[in-house]
Ligand binder design. Structure first.
Ligand code: GCB
Length: 674
């Protein structure tokens, strides 16, 4: 570039700058300070059966630049933003970024786990990958990203590929027209800012890991390709399975072969005018179950491609208040977890991460995992399929979402349908959950029912649920009376506190010799629409703190009384459906042996009382205590104890087992042994 050219460019910049500044009709569009945002296309329909496709992995080392002012976007910068990827040629170019010399990060991986400076950072970070590619005119190339948190903008060789809002789930774009032979540059802006209208919203009790948190592949397919296929046992007839397939285009008359070699099954089908197949097939497989997690190789082929997967066949259903796996009554002996590996900071994303997590969790004698509170990568369900662990998968509709906002609903719909479309053939997945602890309102009912309908569009062979938090204030007021009665009768309570208990009973006209126990009825109207009535409760942990001020009784006394009354607590639901206790727990710092709050002893004692209470309630058919492992949480600052970890784990972040681990393992092995 000649000096004269540089001068001219500089002058025209100044002129444009001046014109914009002084123009009478100042508009935001196309000013020096920012331009109108270009259109960012949305992803294409999700491609299924990804592990048997022809892929080029872009996992590995990437470069990154932090952009707190969000200045790298084409619409933010007069000079075209980072996607232009200007390169220093003469040493005279004014370029204020350089991806070649920028810091490196491993993808998949969260930048706030890999760079200490970014630990609490919430905002945009740019990720850059240079790769070689050899385009094939006969095929399509798609960029497949298994998960990126939470808003992702993609640019390839300077062109806008598209945008995806909503983290944790996979998405893909056809990038055939942007790819070049030889060197290509992929630039991805990930922004982990959460807003009032995002899913999840701003406040969550887990870490907003930012960045590309799942595999990145270029997937090559023929121009006419199998978009996805579904093969699941008919829950009512174990010698039948439903086979559904969709092509990427409306191509009628496409011949498709389905084979399950081990069952000597082979048949051919023809797509209808919409490019779809929907057939019942007859097979007699050995059923998948926790003790015998049998998987079969399934192959689907057309004239131009072959895809395959390992699929297990089983049925899951409820009848009245019971749960049945393959028509045999079963209990969900579970544990809840977050997607964070043992001994490694950041999100879990790989097969190896989940193998370690699940094999350690198996020491609890579990058969079930609640994968809270958002979709994990596809490797989780693949590992669970092999390990014989049943899974609950969930979307991050958590606490208070912007229920009336159609864009928020779109994000959540997108998350649930992508999750279902990705994992619809996993035998391990037996429960889809649409929400966690969402406050009652009509708008919330409409929102959650829309998500339930979205599941039905793809899969009606599994149970639906939401972790509820009902129990009216009035119900909980009666717990105060139960505690007061227990206190008034106890001989270890101080005379001063006893007098308070007697006063409370007196005011409520309850004689001291009466018998009272606390009953909790789960009556959330969403119970009508879901198969499994799931409920989070914190008796002995939070459900003590609430009452101390109100009753003017010390927390120590109330905790002890709570443990005494817990075995008699009744939990039921007005719905004739099984109840799953999706959370209970207590915080404990590994190695804290003080017998006080945050000690291993307190957590273990709470587990004993909880398990006694829950196992004496016949409608409860499943539990998944909170939580398997200590996990990162911004809500948990207590120095020396939490240090930004939620400490309700049965193991700490490095895998050390706390005392309560054995309490639960023993309960599942010897006391709830169905
Ligand atoms: C809950 C939430 C979970 C929290 C947990 C806790 O009810 O569902 O996300 O982490 O309580 O530890 O307070």
């Amino acid at each position: 570039m000649s000096d004269r050219f540089i001068l001219r460019t500089y002058c025209s910049c100044l002129i444009i700058f001046a014109l914009n500044l002084y123009s009478e009709e100042q508009s935001d569009a196309d000013s020096f300070f920012g331009r109108e945002a270009p259109a960012y296309p949305s992803p294409d329909h999700l491609i299924g059966w990804i592990d048997s496709r022809q892929i080029q992995s872009l996992n590995g080392e990437w470069s990154y630049i932090v952009d707190p002012m969000n200045n790298g976007l084409p619409e933010s910068s007069f000079f075209g933003g980072f996607p232009k990827n200007k390169i220093q040629k003469t040493g005279m170019e004014l370029i204020e970024y350089n991806f070649e010399t920028a810091s490196k990060i491993n993808i998949p991986g969260a930048w706030n786990a890999e760079d200490e400076k970014l630990f609490f950072y919430r905002g945009p970070v740019w990720l850059y990958k240079k790769f070689n590619f050899l385009p094939n005119k006969k095929s399509l190339a798609h960029l497949y990203i298994e998960g990126s948190n939470f808003t992702t903008k993609i640019f390839l060789n300077g062109s806008i590929v598209g945008e995806f809002e909503g983290g944790y789930v996979p998405f893909n774009f056809d990038i055939s027209k942007y790819l070049k032979e030889g060197e290509n540059i992929l630039l991805v802006q990930t922004d982990n800012t959460l807003s009032e209208s995002s899913v999840p919203t701003q406040k969550t009790d887990w870490w907003p890991w930012g960045g590309i948190v799942g595999d990145v592949y270029i997937v090559e397919t023929p121009k006419k390709f199998i978009q996805n296929a579904y093969l699941q046992l008919d829950p009512e007839n174990f010698s039948q399975a439903l086979f559904k397939l969709e092509m990427n285009q409306e191509s009628s008359g496409q011949k498709v072969k389905l084979e399950i070699p081990e069952l000597q099954f082979e048949d051919e089908y023809i797509t209808n005018s919409s490019g779809l197949i929907r057939e019942k097939i007859t097979i007699t497989p050995q059923l998948w179950a926790p003790r015998s997690p049998k998987l079969y190789k399934v192959i689907i082929s057309t004239a131009s491609e072959t895809i395959s997967d390992e699929i297990g066949f089983r049925s899951i259903k409820t009848q009245g208040q019971k749960l049945f796996l393959n028509n045999r009554e079963i209990k969900f002996k579970g544990i809840a977890m977050h997607s964070e590996p043992i001994g490694i900071a950041g999100p879990a994303f790989s097969k190896a991460h989940f193998q370690v997590l699940l094999s350690t969790a198996k020491d609890l004698n579990i058969n079930f995992i609640r994968a809270a509170h958002y979709p994990y990568t596809r490797h989780l369900a693949k590992v669970a399929d092999r390990f014989g662990l049943m899974l609950w998968e969930e979307v991050p509709v958590y606490w208070n979402i912007d229920w009336n906002n159609p864009q928020t609903l779109d994000i959540a719909k997108n998350q649930i349908s992508r999750l279902v479309q990705r994992d619809q053939n996993r035998a391990s997945v037996v429960v889809w959950s649409v929400a966690n602890e969402t406050p009652l309102s009509n708008a919330r009912m409409t929102f959650l029912n829309t998500l339930l309908a979205e599941i039905e569009l793809n899969d009606s062979s599994r149970l639906s649920t939401a972790a509820l938090l009902s129990g009216s204030e009035e119900q909980f007021r009666s717990l105060v009376l139960v505690l007061a009665l227990q206190g008034a009768k106890s001989n270890w309570v101080s005379p001063k506190e006893k007098a308070i208990f007697e006063l409370i009973l007196n005011q409520a006209n309850i004689p001291i010799n009466s018998k009272l126990s606390f009953s909790l009825s789960i009556d959330d109207p969403l119970g009508e629409s879901i198969d499994l009535i799931s409920y989070n409760e914190y008796f002995g942990w939070y459900y003590v703190t609430f009452f101390t001020d109100q009753m003017m009784i010390s927390e120590g006394t109330l905790r002890k009384l709570m443990f005494e009354v817990m075995p008699d607590i009744k939990i039921s639901s007005s719905y004739d459906k099984p109840i799953h206790i999706s959370e209970f727990g207590a915080g404990a710092k590994y190695g804290n042996r003080t017998n006080k709050i945050w000690s291993e002893e307190y957590q273990a004692t709470l587990y004993k009382h909880q398990l006694e209470m829950l196992s004496s309630n016949p409608q409860i058919q499943g539990i998944s205590p909170w939580v398997f492992k200590d996990f990162r949480a911004m809500l948990r600052p207590l120095p020396g104890i939490q240090d930004f970890y939620n400490r309700k784990g049965l193991i700490d972040e490095n895998g050390n087992k706390k005392e309560a681990f054995e309490v639960l393992a023993d309960f599942y092995e010897n006391k709830w042994n169905k």
